[in-house]
Design a protein around this ligand. Structure first.
Ligand SMILES: [Zn+2]
Length: 365
């Protein structure tokens, strides 16, 4: 059997990506002429590694298989991981003072048959693994899985983490109309818990017709309201259906600051007290807020006051940095954290990278 490095070299060739060896100086090589050099982030007199837990990409061969391009796929498409798009991405990371981006692909394959879903995931995970192996100084990646087939998803997650070196898994906020708390997904949650995988939950409200239907019209409400709403619904079901009791060691990280849930979570503690007939006895076992405080959230909440509040609700040790690259929601994610009131240096260090590295198993320098 070939070792992992040889295997990744093979799949890199198959994926049409260039393999240049781990620890390469890709950043310097890829930076466009005239782009700003990296400005290191220093906390307590020490340079720290900053990590962006929320950055998107696409694998053209997979979108070809699906026949539903996630993007234009040209060399200037910012979701791509090669050529000009990669150079621009690295320049943006440097400008934003991001050392490591953790890549994920938003699932658009939850409605396709098993064989096709299997092919798509294989292509994606192998391409992402090969890319990260050849750019390990700047990138890590979450596996994608065919979650509509939970047994297959569990296998894909195990293969992605053990054989390909992927760092956890990214999933949507629901799966073809089913809630993540549906018992059908228990085999997936069991495997994620067993592997100690970070499960990055990123909402996909457009895939939920009854939600998307009311959000039509001006203002991109499917995104600005739909995304945080879907995350709120997904996390709430995981709490209230007992999924997090059944799998207590799950490491869930929710995009966009966890949507609306952490900012109004105390209402969740009072529902079953006020209307006990609406709740199953003993489910969940603890106050809902206890579960909210156990999960992780990215920092994509826009203002120092919003981040201060998130810290007050869930603790600085449960927040990681997120940018949503290449979507230009934020331009100074590190400064956002540094400008948040009330944080200690240890808190800043944790949010900017330390917690993410611990969760992902990345070496802390
Ligand atoms: Zn995103």
């Amino acid at each position: 059997m070939t070792n992992r490095r040889e295997f990744l070299k093979d799949v890199a060739g198959a994926a049409g990506l260039v393999f240049v060896g781990c620890g390469s100086t890709t950043a310097a090589q890829s930076r466009p002429a005239g782009a700003a050099a990296r400005r290191p982030v220093v906390v307590r007199g020490r340079r720290i590694t900053t990590v962006d837990m929320h950055a998107h990409c696409a694998v053209p061969k997979a979108t070809d298989l699906l026949r539903r391009p996630a993007a234009n796929q040209g060399s200037d498409d910012p979701l791509m991981l090669e050529g000009q798009a990669l150079a621009q991405r690295i320049a943006a990371m440097d400008a934003q003072r991001i050392d490591v981006s953790v890549l994920s692909i938003n699932p658009n394959w939850y409605d396709v048959p098993r064989d096709l879903a299997s092919q798509v995931i294989t292509v994606q995970n192998e391409a992402m693994a090969a890319f990260c192996a050849s750019h390990s100084d700047r990138f890590a990646a979450f596996a994608s899985v065919a979650l509509q087939f939970p047994d297959l998803a569990a296998q894909q997650l195990e293969h992605g983490m053990k054989q390909l070196g992927l760092r956890g898994v990214a999933i949507g906020g629901s799966v073809a109309g089913k809630e993540l708390a549906d018992p059908v997904f228990h085999p997936f949650w069991a495997k994620a818990e067993e592997l100690g995988a970070v499960v990055f939950i990123h909402p996909q409200p457009a895939a939920t017709p009854d939600l998307a239907g009311r959000l039509r019209g001006n203002g991109l409400l499917t995104n600005v309201i739909g995304n945080p709403l879907e995350t709120t619904i997904a996390l709430s079901h995981l709490i209230f259906e007992g999924t997090l009791d059944q799998f207590p060691r799950l490491k869930i990280c929710a995009a966009h600051g966890g949507g609306y849930l952490p900012s109004y979570m105390n209402r969740s503690d009072h529902g079953c007290v006020t209307f006990p007939a609406q709740c199953k006895a003993g489910v969940p076992k603890e106050h809902p807020t206890a579960y909210v405080k156990r999960m992780y959230y990215d920092s994509l909440v826009f203002t120092p006051e919003a981040l201060r509040h998130l810290v007050a609700e869930v603790g600085a040790s449960h927040i990681v940095m997120g940018t949503d690259y290449p979507y230009p929601w934020v331009d100074a994610p590190v400064d956002h954290v540094l400008a948040t009131p009330g944080l200690s240096d240890a808190d800043r260090e944790a949010i900017l990278g330390h917690t993410a590295m611990q969760l992902l198993g990345l070496p802390i320098k």
